[in-house]
Design a protein around this ligand. Structure first.
Ligand SMILES: Nc1nc2c(ncn2[C@@H]2O[C@H](COP(=O)(O)OP(=O)(O)OP(=O)(O)O)[C@@H](O)[C@H]2O)c(=O)[nH]1
Ligand SMILES: [Mg+2]
Ligand SMILES: [Zn+2]
Length: 358
């Protein structure tokens, strides 16, 4: 949290406000509503900050039918200065979301209005190309700059091997190797930490997201696995998301490690991360080529010639299938179940008819 003194000294721009948000205000809003930025989402309230107000505000939804129409960390809201009730969520420059784990398959919003996504992995068994590709698709879809941060360089003799593998994932991809506990190793992140910039830190549990956040904050404000007393393996140390102000003037969102990052609504992002496969597929003889046994398949040809790793095609296929399943709307899913139900019913009827019951 930031102190009262700090808050009064900060302008809207310092909080990350840009002309994009300003342009969404009507003449009627100016002077009657107050912009605030959401720093945390709790069950019963939201935490907000801004030049005119900082503190809790009541929960808010713009449209109960729309999973994107609830405030998330990083959002800008217009509130009534008297009641503190939100009136609107301003249009976002970027939004990260995932399909929540469990059977409900709700969409869970992760963060909004982020400029840079720090994708954290460590130079050990967590390092996993498929997982990085998932996060990259998320960043690309949101049109946010991804930076891969590989932690725990002090625990390996070959940090550059990990970095090389990560750099190979996208042309020009930024990769930093760090000891998250040592601020001197974090200098490479400075360009993304300017005043008013917003960063979000994502990655699996235990890779050092909160450690990195603390080092950037210059405090031990956030509990990390090492410090926690009831340290149990597999448990997540960070359970909520929060927007923190760095001494550099940037804003940073620490997130809990996600055991499962189910992609949703990221088709374009996936196509960008796998542009090599997409480009090859466009050269196949048949427009509906499944890249298996068809003649004139440019994808299989590239695999045969060693220009495309077969695992990469496999990973792409898996993510595309997952994305399609998760992005299916409720109406589409209902229609599919209905069709399935009808099919079951009619085949039961047919069975009964055969048995002479009907
Ligand atoms: N040696 C070493 N240890 C690190 C480094 N980064 C993090 N750690 C340690 O790794 C453990 C996990 O770090 P956290 O920062 O709690 O991990 P997290 O990503 O926030 O985990 P969740 O909150 O569960 O998602 C702690 O014991 C850290 O001290 C690093 O660069 N080098
Ligand atoms: Mg954490
Ligand atoms: Zn093909």
């Amino acid at each position: 949290m930031i102190s009262q003194n700090d808050r009064q000294a900060l302008s809207l721009t310092d909080y990350g406000w840009t002309p994009y948000f300003q342009s969404q205000l009507d003449m009627d809003d100016i002077g009657t509503l107050t912009p605030v930025r959401i720093t945390a989402v709790h069950r019963g309230h939201l935490d907000a900050v801004g030049p005119d107000y900082a503190g809790p505000i009541p929960p808010f939804t713009e449209d109960p039918e729309d999973g994107d129409a609830v405030p998330t960390v990083g959002d800008w809201l217009l509130i009534d200065p008297q009641s503190k009730r939100a009136r609107r969520i301003l249009g976002r420059t970027s939004l990260f979301k995932r399909r929540a784990a469990g059977s409900g398959r709700r969409t869970q919003l992760i963060a909004a209005n982020v400029n840079t996504l720090l994708i954290v992995s460590s130079c050990n068994q967590d390092f996993n190309v498929a997982r990085l590709e998932r996060y990259l698709a998320l960043a690309r879809e949101a049109q946010v700059t991804p930076v891969i941060v590989l932690t725990k360089t002090d625990l390996t003799d070959t940090p550059q091997d990990y970095a090389r593998k990560a750099r190979g994932l996208l042309p020009g991809l930024l990769v930093e190797t760090v000891d998250a506990r040592d601020k001197h190793s974090l200098g490479g992140l400075d360009p993304w930490c300017a005043t008013g910039q917003t960063l979000a830190v994502v990655g699996s549990s235990g890779v050092g997201k909160s450690t990195l956040t603390n080092t950037l904050l210059g405090t031990e404000a956030i509990a990390t696995q090492g410090i926690r007393e009831d340290d149990a393996k597999g448990r997540h140390t960070t359970t909520g998301r929060a927007l923190h102000r760095l001494p550099s003037g940037a804003w940073l969102i620490d997130t809990p490690g996600m055991r499962e990052l189910q992609l949703t609504d990221v088709q374009d992002g996936l196509d960008e991360v796998f542009a090599d496969v997409v480009d090859l597929a466009a050269q196949c003889r048949f427009a509906d080529c499944s890249h298996e046994t068809e003649p004139g398949c440019a994808v299989q040809e590239a695999i045969d010639q060693g220009r495309l790793a077969p695992e990469r095609l496999k990973r792409y296929r898996k993510l595309v299938a997952e994305e399609r399943f998760n992005s299916e709307s409720l109406a589409e899913r209902r229609a599919r179940f209905k069709a399935f139900g009808k099919m079951v019913k009619s085949s039961m009827k047919a069975k009964k008819r055969r048995r002479g019951d009907l």
